[in-house]
Design a protein around this ligand. Structure first.
Ligand SMILES: [Cu+2]
Length: 138
């Protein structure tokens, strides 16, 4: 009996943090999208809600759709714009590759309020897969 409840306690101890992580990515500071062919999940974490007209950074994590590490090396391209206004950003962000599917995107700026589309592509070898994410900023 004691052994069983200890087991339950240990399981809960191990599983709860994992469940916590899965629920962590929430707007307005975190945005998540699955790529066009379902191969990747891309999570974009900002320090605060994405501001209008001031610089911000994104911590980007690329995993499988299920949230597991991607086997092999992936690279990331990321840009953003407002398609319905036909313009992009006025700045060019720098993408730093941190390894293990993690990237730091520095120097983003959305210079007006409204719907911005973050256009990304994940490359692995010669395979390239797109992912678009619409973020409303105000
Ligand atoms: Cu615009």
């Amino acid at each position: 009996m004691l052994k069983k409840s200890l087991m339950t306690y240990l399981l809960a101890f191990l599983l709860l943090p994992m469940m916590g992580n899965a629920a962590e990515c929430k707007a307005p500071t975190c945005h998540s999208v699955v790529s066009a062919k379902d191969n990747y999940r891309i999570e974009l974490q900002a320090a605060s809600a994405i501001p209008v007209n001031s610089l911000f950074n994104l911590d980007v994590t690329v995993t499988t759709k299920e949230g597991k590490p991607v086997a092999g090396k992936v690279s990331l391209d990321l840009d953003a714009g407002m398609p319905h206004h036909n313009h992009g950003m006025n700045v060019k962000p720098v993408i730093k590759e941190l390894g293990a599917g993690k990237f730091r995107v520095e120097g983003m700026m959305f210079h007006m309020p409204g719907a911005w589309t973050i256009t990304m592509s994940v490359s692995k070898g010669i395979m390239r897969e797109a992912a678009n994410l619409v973020v409303e900023v105000q």
